[in-house]
Design a protein around this ligand. Structure first.
Ligand SMILES: Cc1cc2nc3c(=O)[nH]c(=O)nc-3n(C[C@H](O)[C@H](O)[C@H](O)COP(=O)(O)O)c2cc1C
Length: 185
């Protein structure tokens, strides 16, 4: 059974990223995967300070927060789905905190995050898919540093407004497919 971890990094509870993640989770569960959905804003997370504490100890990050909990879940998963809103045509600071805090894995001889399948969901007000290219490229830059990673698919949740009710429902079909595919990886 595939272990699928879904991480929404939007600070907006039940916003566009969360609702697409929920759909992916339901679909992956329905397809037989062991699924966990988490929201990073439910955790106490701080940015990497580049203190090299992980290099000196050759082990863990020295920052005392909830990142070890998230990292443990990531390491134990076969498939990781990450969702972020587009902020200033780039990745959100919230997803970048998680990415940068995997540095303690990067500096190891054998990266414990290697050989996983990844999916990315980006929600954005813009209706132009090409406006999301910088964010996708930035995420690919992360995966370039994790041996054996593959970015299986990207859901471009364009035209999803921040005002009022989350309006990502038009992408539910794509999210369902992502969930099924993730369970089958
Ligand atoms: C600080 C901030 C910056 C944003 N920058 C952009 C942007 O550059 N381009 C864009 O299309 N939408 C931008 N948005 C809108 C969100 O990306 C969009 O509404 C998204 O669907 C919100 O996702 P969420 O509901 O999961 O938080 C921005 C929103 C915020 C709060």
């Amino acid at each position: 059974m595939k272990r699928v971890l879904i991480i929404s990094t939007s600070p907006r509870k039940n916003g566009n990223s969360d609702s697409l993640c929920q759909k992916v989770a339901e679909s992956a569960k329905g397809a037989g995967a062991e699924v966990e959905f988490i929201r990073t804003s439910d955790y106490d997370l701080h940015p990497c300070t580049a203190c090299n504490g992980c290099i000196k100890t050759e082990d863990k990050c020295v920052i005392k927060d909830d990142m070890p909990v998230i990292l443990d879940k990531m390491i134990k998963s076969d498939v990781i789905v990450m969702a972020t809103p587009l902020y200033y045509f780039s990745l959100s600071a919230q997803i970048k905190i998680v990415i940068d805090r995997t540095y303690s894995c990067y500096i190891k001889d054998k990266n414990p995050l290697e050989n996983k399948k990844w999916y990315l969901i980006i929600t954005a007000e813009t209706t132009e898919k090409s406006d999301l290219k910088t964010a996708v490229d930035s995420f690919k830059g992360f995966l370039r540093c994790v041996p054996g990673s593959t970015l299986q698919d990207v859901l471009y949740g364009t035209g999803t407004s921040i005002s009022g009710k989350a309006n990502s429902d038009k992408y539910f079909g794509q999210a369902e497919k992502m969930g099924k595919d993730a369970a089958a990886e």
